[in-house]
Design a protein around this ligand. Structure first.
Ligand code: ZN
Ligand code: ZN
Ligand code: FE
Length: 775
């Protein structure tokens, strides 16, 4: 080896922190140093990777720059510390044995999509061990958290422990210069897991090429379950209306958009708007579903996402997917293997139990899935990646806070829907993967299992703080009673939405926060959902919201937006005591209700609005969107959360610049007056596209007006926007643009979901903040 240690060389110790283990970092450093001719060594330690280097200051700086520029795709560098060590002369460059780590806390990479080198191996006919082998991986790619049982990350602690490496694999595993050096799940056709195809009855179909046969069956119109990385996926031909409709009916998922997997991005920009960032995300090791704006119809059946302006697209991320697409020339619907709302099935037996009514074929394998992870969902918002469902490839990568919690560990249990929990240690907030809605038993079980798993993985025995939502009936509130912790605290839902923005953006000082979403339990026992807070140092003052009104019949109205629209009309009706005339008032204003709403139901709603029977007070913004959607004849009943609001957004004529008067008094937004203007427009025959646009414009304008007022009164210049309503691209885009034009600094959620998936981060942050200074 050519070495060039000069006399002027010093010895530097470079400590690289972050996700630098299990991602091919040491071979990368080894090759980099060797190619530069530097002497020294590299070691995995409990903290990260440590490099000792003989070099001049300039060479060292050059080396650092090369690390930053060329680091393995899957590595995340949090920090690099450099110190000069006592002079020591190294000969050559070596990868030293890992230092036995007794340290309890370590970051490991999430699962990584198949890398291009492995893809080449799979397609290389000369490679007898890996040609067509569906479990090919290396240090740059492959499963991680879905198979890890315990840390440190070692093969014996993964679900690969049952497979003994053949001598060829073992050689690769031990060779420091090999791409598979210490790749824990390393395997080949001779020694690793295998795939096979089963029919609905669990009978194995006799074939040499199960993946090819699965592809043929799907092409022929069948629905197949595919055992993937974090669970089962359900696949069908996305170009076939018949297949997609069949999948929808069998899965009891009539309306919710489905994600599509494509073999490559080739030709895709014909159908979708795609910028560089979106392409990069699709190709990233995290390989999420990326929401893309539709450009032209016809790529997939319209039943895939109906009227929605965006469609979720992803690329193959395991060898099984790649091999499937090698035998296909169509895009596939690729959705998680579950009935609606249940967590994804992961074990073979359970998969048959759950998916037999849905799937005709099962592409199985014998590498167990230890942890279940859904596909993650992201979009690009104003040039930044925004995570909407955080799971495979993202969790449990931590959110690094500008707050140090010392040795104490806090567990935050999250919300009821789109649940995640969060473990906070030091300055790391480890947010779990998306766990689903805890109303259902399976999800609640999944929550407990995953929590147990995380506590084991990150060596968390005792809890110093436990945080949960104020809602007395949340499943997590019950969990909180059963868990042991030194301290237990509950926080209000919408405050946690705002705190999640402050936490991930490390916002300092006073903040004006808009927490707009469907529901949340308010500190007064009412259902909140449009709250405006002045926030400072963990303290909240609720200064504004929508007009309080009844939600007629409670929960049922969430499923039936037309009931909320009628509720708004009741607020506009001059004399509610004359209930018998009220149906005529409704039909006069919104004539399309004649077709499907019974006068008796209208009378009942009027009575509920008047007496408040079974009809809680609410300030929910989500319900306003529901009511408007239904009033415009768009969605009257929903089968998934946010459906009516999504329909309303999709309908909006984006070029429209008109708006309604927001009617703001103090910091209160009078949405009943807003609704009156909408009903008037409906009566005048204005199109839903225009009305929807005027409505969105009005809300964005209301945000701006309130920010201006609050700036005068409270001196707030930083604005936080959070809550499920801000999944609305149009509203968020308009609000951020307007606020930016007026000199406000606007923050929202990018790293954790803006919906309830981000609640646990906010909870943990508020608990950690008590008695601490932000750094
Ligand atoms: Zn690889
Ligand atoms: Zn092998
Ligand atoms: Fe919420």
């Amino acid at each position: 080896m050519r070495t060039k240690t000069k006399n002027t060389a010093k010895t530097y110790t470079i400590t690289i922190l972050g996700i630098v283990q299990g991602v091919g970092f040491r071979p990368f450093i080894y090759n980099l140093a060797s190619s530069c001719g530097y002497c020294g060594n590299v070691i995995n330690t409990s903290q990260g990777v440590v490099v000792n280097l003989n070099a001049t200051k300039k060479e060292m700086e050059n080396f650092l720059e090369k690390i930053n520029r060329n680091k393995p795709k899957a590595a995340h560098i949090e920090n690099i510390e450099v110190s000069e060590a006592p002079l020591r002369k190294y000969h050559g460059f070596r990868i030293e044995k890992s230092r036995e780590s007794r340290q309890k806390f370590q970051l490991v990479s999430p699962d990584l999509a198949t890398c291009t080198d492995c893809l080449e191996d799979i397609r290389n006919k000369q490679d007898q061990r890996r040609y067509g082998y569906p479990f090919t991986n290396c240090t740059n790619c492959g499963p991680r958290f879905t198979i890890i049982k315990k840390l440190p990350y070692d093969r014996a602690e993964t679900t690969m422990d049952g497979f003994t490496m053949c001598s060829s694999c073992a050689k690769e595993y031990q060779d420091k210069t090999d791409r598979r050096f210490h790749a824990q799940p390393v395997a080949c056709a001779n020694c690793g897991p295998q795939v096979w195809l089963e029919d609905q009855n669990g009978t194995i179909i006799d074939t040499e090429e199960p993946i090819k046969l699965a592809a043929e069956k799907i092409k022929g119109g069948s629905i197949a379950a595919i055992k993937g990385l974090g669970g089962f996926q359900i696949a069908c031909d996305a170009t076939s209306s018949r297949a997609v409709r069949l999948l929808r009916s069998r899965k009891a998922r009539p309306d919710k958009p489905l994600a599509v997997m494509v073999g490559s991005l080739f030709g895709l920009d014909h159908y979708y708007h795609m910028n560089e960032m979106e392409k990069n995300l699709l190709h990233s090791p995290q390989a999420p579903i990326v929401l893309l704006s539709k450009k032209k119809k016809g790529f997939v059946a319209q039943e895939v996402s109906f009227y929605h302006a965006m469609e979720g697209v992803m690329l193959p991320y395991t060898p099984i997917h790649h091999l499937l697409f090698d035998n296909l020339d169509i895009p596939l619907v690729m959705t998680s293997g579950n009935h609606s709302r249940e967590p994804i099935a992961s074990e073979n037996v359970q998969a048959h139990e759950n998916l037999d009514p849905i799937c005709d074929y099962f592409l199985m394998h014998n590498r167990d899935i230890y942890s279940r992870y859904d596909d993650s969902l992201v979009k690009v918002f104003q040039g930044k990646e925004m995570v909407l469902r955080r799971a495979r490839g993202y969790a449990p990568y931590p959110v690094t806070l500008g707050l140090y919690n010392g040795k104490e560990t806090i567990l935050a249990l999250g919300a009821q829907e789109k649940n995640t929990f969060c473990l906070l240690k030091k300055n790391y907030a480890i947010v779990s993967q998306h766990l689903g809605d805890l109303d259902d038993m399976d999800s609640a079980e999944f929550f407990k299992q995953t929590l147990g798993n995380y506590r084991k993985l990150f060596h968390i025995n005792d809890l110093d703080g436990l945080v949960y939502d104020k809602h007395p009936l949340y499943t997590t509130t019950k969990f909180a009673q059963d868990l042991k912790s030194r301290k237990k605290t509950s926080f209000q839902h919408h405050q946690c939405h705002i705190a999640s923005v402050v936490a991930e953006n490390r916002v300092k000082g006073k903040v004006l926060g808009f927490a707009w979403d469907g529901t949340g339990y308010g500190t007064d026992g009412k259902i909140w959902g449009s709250e405006i807070f002045v926030y400072e140092k963990g303290q909240f003052a609720r200064i504004g919201h929508l007009t309080e009104k009844r939600m007629p019949g409670g929960e049922i109205t969430i499923k039936k937006p037309y009931r909320m629209a009628i509720g708004y009309l009741a607020c506009l009706y001059p004399n509610l005591t004359k209930q018998k005339d009220f149906p005529d008032f409704v039909f006069d204003n919104l004539s399309h209700y004649r077709d499907f709403v019974h006068t008796e139901e209208i009378k009942a709603i009027a009575a509920q609005m008047q007496t408040g029977f079974n009809s809680p007070w609410t300030t929910s913004m989500g319900r306003l969107f529901d009511a408007v959607s239904s009033a415009l004849g768009l969605t009257h009943q929903i089968s998934f959360e946010g459906q009516a609001a999504m329909h309303l957004e999709s309908a909006a004529f984006k070029q429209c610049t008109e708006r309604y008067q927001p009617a703001i008094e103090g910091f209160l937004i009078d949405d009943i007056k807003m609704f009156r203007q909408i009903v008037q427009d409906v009566a005048r025959g204005i199109s839903p596209a225009m009305i929807s646009a005027k409505f969105h414009n009005c809300l964005a304008f209301a945000i701006l007006e309130i920010c201006k007022k609050a700036k005068k009164k409270f001196g707030t210049q930083s604005i936080a926007l959070s809550g499920g309503v801000f999944q609305n691209h149009l509203l968020l885009d308009q609000a951020c643009t307007l606020l930016g034009q007026h000199g406000f600094r606007t923050y929202t959620n990018f790293k954790v979901p803006v919906n309830d998936g981000g609640i646990s981060l906010g909870q943990a942050y508020l608990a950690a903040l008590k008695g601490r200074k932000e750094t």
